[in-house]
Ligand binder design. Structure first.
Ligand SMILES: CSC[C@H]1O[C@H](OP(=O)(O)O)[C@H](O)[C@@H]1O
Ligand SMILES: Nc1ncnc2[nH]cnc12
Length: 287
């Protein structure tokens, strides 16, 4: 059985993780370019952890500029089998108030193709299943952990991923509400798709920071308002991660672990050798 290694992508306001021992910094280059920053590895309550701030330390990268492929590839290289994504989100429902936690179970993709959401192409074609885009087991652990941390937590809900960087217009916000979505953000879709291709379980702790711009009784979303809420909630996010770590077992009994088994359609003999080489870590066992 392989050792449990849990990865964390820190989002807006979460640029470091306290409480780990045996801390090391790992600088990595990947066949897909450079990740957002150094990975921080360490031990949290006896479990190996890998932390990466997705926008880089100092929040230098736009959601569209993050090299999601490199970030996920690096996690895979470091042995990660579960990724916990911490994300600031706008609430699209009255009952999800700023300060609440949501563990989304669905996504809608409203990004506009400036991001690279796949490891495949250039001579190898694969189509992974994505009907259930987050790992149900990991998300269950995150929900239980949020309850144990005393959070007001909403189980399930749809995260709509927009391109940004400008926030939505009021017309867009109302349209998204008519879709029935729960929260809005700018980062999770590429991570979820690439994690699935890398056979890594993906789950999200979404921190509701604002009511976007649809709520007549609340101010329109601003970075300032988001950061104020996040400052008060970063301790909660860290507590949820800590409580989740003890609930995650090494062995996986979910479809994420074999997502690529039947996904590659290309004739193995037609795949160029350099493509096989580049993707060895991701898909090598199936070629
Ligand atoms: C700083 S406000 C907008 C920013 O926050 C969210 O990022 P993350 O998911 O990394 O917490 C949102 O998606 C935007 O990128
Ligand atoms: N209202 C919002 N729209 C998009 N991303 C966000 N992140 C936090 N709040 C957001």
């Amino acid at each position: 059985m392989s050792e449990l290694v849990i990865g964390v992508f820190g989002g807006s306001g979460l640029y470091e993780m306290e409480g780990m021992s045996d801390i090391r910094r790992v600088t990595m280059d990947t066949p897909f370019g450079a990740p957002s920053d150094e990975y921080i590895t360490g031990i949290l309550d006896g479990v190996k952890m890998v932390f990466l701030p997705r926008h880089g330390r100092g929040h230098r990268l736009l959601p569209s500029e993050v090299n999601y492929r490199a970030n996920i590839y690096g996690m895979k290289k470091l042995g990660v089998s579960r990724i916990i994504s911490v994300s600031a989100v706008g609430s699209m429902k009255e009952e999800i108030a700023p300060g609440h936690i949501v563990i989304p179970d669905q996504f809608i993709d409203r990004t506009n193709a400036t991001r690279c959401n796949t490891f495949f192409g250039n001579g190898i074609v694969a189509h992974v299943q994505f009907a259930d885009p987050v790992c149900a087991d990991l998300s269950g652990c995150l929900y239980e952990a949020a309850l144990a941390s005393g959070a007001v937590v909403h189980r399930g809900g749809t995260y709509i991923c927009m391109e940004g960087p400008a926030f939505s217009t009021r017309a867009e916000s109302n349209m998204y509400r008519s879709f029935g979505v729960s929260v809005i953000g700018m980062t999770n879709i590429p991570e979820a798709k690439l994690a699935r291709e890398a056979e890594i379980c993906y789950g999200v702790i979404a921190l509701a920071t604002d009511y976007d711009c649809w709520h007549e009784a609340h101010d329109d979303v601003s970075v300032d308002a988001i950061l104020t809420i996040i400052k008060n909630n970063v301790t909660m996010a860290k507590s949820i991660i800590r409580n989740a770590v003890g609930r995650i077992v090494a062995e996986r009994d979910c479809p994420c672990a074999s997502a690529l088994q039947y996904a590659v359609i290309t004739d193995r003999n037609a795949i160029p050798a350099e493509v096989k080489d580049r993707l060895d870590l991701i898909v090598g066992t199936y070629l």
